[in-house]
Ligand binder design. Structure first.
Ligand code: B12
Ligand code: SF4
Ligand code: SF4
Length: 367
């Protein structure tokens, strides 16, 4: 029997491919398995203790997950929009990486659900994975012909570059083979040069311990040197994407500034922040972590009222907020006001006391 072409099949069944979407397919069993690579990242502690796909690499990295599946459809959604400037150059503004400007997983999920519903009506089994810890989403991308893995580890496509989110849907139906293309980064290494922290120094390998995107969603105390490198980023980091030539045709910066007012974030209730940014990955679903990010970004990009804002927050009930405000005041050169406004004698939190002492000693040793 002649192979069924996926695109023709979808069209014949009145499933339109919406704007911004790319779609392709891989025939199963694929023999593809990235468990070794995910395990290696874990063994070498490049995963910075993250859970996600690292919780069970032998399953998440496995291509042939279901004996009934005959194909895996790979769907990519190019989320870049025209008003995509988010750099927030003005004092007091923080940036949000473009993938998180709004919940771009919604259109991806909707399209994949449409495909799923279609097969359900035909009594064919499906299993979908969209940013799910049980599946490595980049698994089939290269084999599907949609593009290639760049030195930034991002999956890139001609004309779209890295600005795309990926979902997968296993289906109990056989489709024609995609044609694998021979793309590559060639001698380009702009992402490696642009990364502010050296997280991409090794070709095709990311060290999450050095990645700003990781730290802004980590529950751990952010090291001092990393706080400086975070700059005014509030959530996510786009440096290795912005620098990537294959994506530069689409990633234009307009004059529309969609950056965040950091003082407003700090004056909000943590629970309201959780609601406002409900599509962000926020550790322990605790909005104080977003305030932590805002304090760091504000200290690196202060507005005229930053000192007063930090002084007020030294009285916050949140240990996290007090801890980072001490550093924030140090960063803007106002450390001496900490002892006047923080009740050091009665401070019970060991980490706050350590932070205060460390910064105090640093100032003392520099005098
Ligand atoms: C954990 C995670 C993170 C971590 C770690 C990222 C990483 N590179 O591993 C952190 C928090 C740092 C992160 C950041 C970001 N993430 Co993220 N993240 C994930 C997640 C949940 C798992 C990724 C994973 O398993 N990594 C494990 C390691 C081992 O994989 P890897 O880095 O791809 O490693 C491969 C290469 O090293 C390759 N390799 C090794 N040697 C060689 C040699 C050659 C020659 C070649 C070609 C390849 C090669 O082999 C490994 C396996 O394929 C996925 C969603 C999912 N469920 O899959 C999203 C995902 C990868 N993230 C995504 C996005 C959008 C981002 C950010 C852009 C967000 C932002 N703007 O801040 C950044 C980009 C940072 C970057 N340069 O990768 C998208 C990427 C889409 C794309 N186009 O590739 C994904 C796929 C989510 C989605 N469903 O769309 N992320
Ligand atoms: S997301 Fe930022 S810190 Fe992480 S690898 Fe890319 S440029 Fe470097
Ligand atoms: S910046 Fe250059 S090296 Fe890096 S992923 Fe893009 S094309 Fe590849």
């Amino acid at each position: 029997m002649k192979d069924i072409n996926l695109l023709n099949y979808l069209s014949e069944n009145n499933i339109d491919i919406p704007d911004g979407f790319n779609i392709s397919v891989v025939r199963l069993p694929s023999q593809l398995n990235k468990s070794l690579e995910i395990n290696r990242a874990k063994e070498e502690n490049r995963h910075a203790n993250m859970k996600f796909t690292f919780s069970d690499p032998n399953y998440s990295g496995l291509g042939d997950k279901f004996e009934w599946a005959e194909s895996c459809i790979i769907v990519s959604y190019s989320y870049i929009s025209e008003d995509s400037s988010n750099l927030g150059f003005l004092p007091g503004r923080g940036s949000i990486a473009r993938f998180a400007k709004e919940d771009f997983y919604i259109p991806l999920k909707e399209f994949i659900n449409q495909i799923k519903e279609h097969f359900k009506k035909k009594n064919l089994r499906t299993a979908e994975f969209i940013d799910n810890p049980k599946h490595y989403d980049r698994l089939f991308f290269e084999q599907s012909g949609l593009g290639w893995q760049g030195k930034s580890t991002m999956m890139l496509s001609p004309g779209k570059g890295p600005w795309q989110l990926i979902g997968n849907i296993y289906v109990e139906k056989k489709f024609g083979l995609a044609i694998e293309k021979d793309y590559s980064c060639g001698s380009c290494n702009l992402c490696q040069i642009s990364c502010p922290t050296g997280a991409l120094d090794e070709d095709f390998i990311l060290d999450s311990n050095k990645c700003i995107s990781y730290w802004l969603q980590s529950p751990d105390i952010i090291p001092h040197d990393m706080r400086e490198k975070i700059g005014n980023r509030f959530y996510g980091c786009d440096e290795c994407l912005i620098s990537c030539p294959p994506g530069q045709g689409v990633a234009t910066n307009n004059n529309i500034d969609s950056s965040v007012d950091l003082v407003q974030v700090l004056n909000s209730d943590s629970s309201d922040l959780l609601e406002l940014y409900n599509w962000f990955y926020i550790p322990k679903r605790n909005g104080d972590f977003l305030k932590r990010n805002a304090i760091i970004a504000l200290a690196n990009n202060p507005s005229s009222d930053t000192k007063e804002v930090f002084i007020n927050l030294l009285k916050s009930n949140s240990d996290l907020v007090r801890l980072y405000c001490i550093w924030g005041l140090w960063k803007i050169g106002e450390f001496e006001v900490v002892s006047q406004n923080l009740d050091i004698e009665n401070e019970k939190n060991e980490m706050i006391l350590e932070e205060y002492q460390r910064l105090n000693e640093m100032i003392y040793s520099n005098k």
